[in-house]
Design a protein. Structure first.
Length: 154
């Protein structure tokens, strides 16, 4: 089966329903890193902000940012767990990741989408902070919660 780069309508609805994703990146030597993230999807790209939540270093020095600048590869995992296993499901987005600067075209749209999804971002000064953009290269879907999808290989 050929690799897909877009979500079906059912998959996009699943993505919209979930509140958190996990972002995997790796450094220049291949050492992995995984962090939970907030995200938004515009039908083509995924965005995750470098927001004002407390951090011990500047947002632009975060490991995920350094890893993306070194490799431009990422996996975004959006999943749903339930003790009723007929409701399990996940979508893995393997993609090209980059840092979207405030002066770039998609930045304003990304911030608007993130604010629409998360009320906490209404008061944050996101206009002056970069965000991460992930452009899907391959999508894997699994689980009974996503049975209508066409790609069920994990």
């Amino acid at each position: 089966m050929a690799s897909r780069t877009t979500l079906t309508e059912a998959e996009a609805a699943f993505v919209a329903q979930q509140r958190v994703a996990h972002l995997a990146t790796s450094d220049e030597t291949g050492s992995p890193s995984l962090v939970p993230v907030c995200y938004a999807y515009d039908g083509q790209n995924f965005f995750t902000p470098l927001d004002e939540k407390p951090k011990s270093i500047a947002a632009t020095r975060l490991r995920r940012v350094r890893n993306i600048l070194a490799r431009h590869e990422a996996v975004l995992l959006i999943d749903q767990y339930s003790d009723d296993w007929t409701h399990l499901g996940y979508i893995q987005i393997h993609g090209h990741a980059d840092i979207l600067q405030p002066d770039q075209d998609l930045h304003t749209q990304a911030i608007a989408l993130l604010r629409q999804r998360y009320t906490q971002y209404q008061t944050m000064d996101l206009e002056h902070l970069p965000c991460i953009i992930i452009t899907p290269r391959r999508i894997h879907v699994w689980g009974p919660a996503l049975q209508s999808s066409t790609d069920t290989q994990a």
